[in-house]
Design a protein around this ligand. Structure first.
Ligand code: 5GP
Length: 203
């Protein structure tokens, strides 16, 4: 290893970070806050077949596409991972993530637990962080406040939340999101510590 060029932290390829949580776990707010304090971290913009919610911007929140377009990317292996969530398809562009990592930048994926599991299998060195949702009452309140789900969709999301929690053992870290400031600080600390791992320094 060349200590002179290693500097204060890792060099070479970027690190792939994944955050997942159950629905209403608040990870999208967390991810946005995190990017403000770590601006060199790149957020991967997923592809989805679901309709945009009010205020969402194509190309920034998601790339909103039709099912046949999704399949055209999926079939030749264009997604690093993909999953069906609540009846809609979501996927991460392989090319976009690989090119950012090749440039030495770290990338953050905000994806569901099925996607997290695929990343665990395909990219063992990725760092997976599970966001534990606040207590059930708070979870219901958050989902209701968002006001984007009908009562039956709300029930679907709550029952999915129970199943998703069971996948936590595939993750490296878990953060309880009761207090936003504390959760952002914990996430930030994990990322900074991972960047300093000796094994990530250029050999
Ligand atoms: P929402 O429709 O609320 O934006 O997202 C629903 C779920 O899909 C969330 O858990 C979100 O993290 C997940 N999701 C978003 N993009 C992707 C993706 O590219 N792959 C996977 N596997 N899940 C995603």
């Amino acid at each position: 290893m060349n200590i002179e060029t290693a500097g204060n932290g890792k060099q070479g390829r970027g690190i792939l970070f994944v955050i997942s949580s159950t629905s209403g776990g608040g990870k999208t707010t967390l991810a946005r806050r995190l990017l403000k304090s770590l601006p060199d971290l790149a957020l991967s913009v997923s592809y989805t077949t679901r309709d945009p919610r009010k205020g969402e911007v194509d190309g920034s929140d998601y790339h909103f596409i039709e099912r046949d377009e999704f399949n055209k990317i999926k079939e030749p292996g264009g997604f690093l991972e993909w999953a069906e969530v609540y009846g809609e398809y979501y996927g991460t562009s392989r090319l976009a993530v690989e090119s950012v990592i090749e440039q030495g930048r770290d990338v953050l994926l905000d994806i569901d637990v099925q996607g997290g599991r695929q990343i665990r299998d395909r990219i063992p060195e990725a760092v997976l962080i599970f966001i534990i949702p606040p207590e059930r009452d708070e979870l219901i309140r958050r989902l209701r406040n968002r006001g984007t789900e009908s009562p039956s969709q709300l029930e679907k999301r709550l029952s999915a939340a129970r199943e998703e929690l069971a996948l936590m053992p595939f993750y490296d870290y878990a953060i309880r999101n009761d207090d936003l400031e504390e959760a952002v600080e914990a996430l930030r600390s994990i990322i900074i510590a991972e960047r300093c791992r000796v094994t990530r320094w250029r050999k």
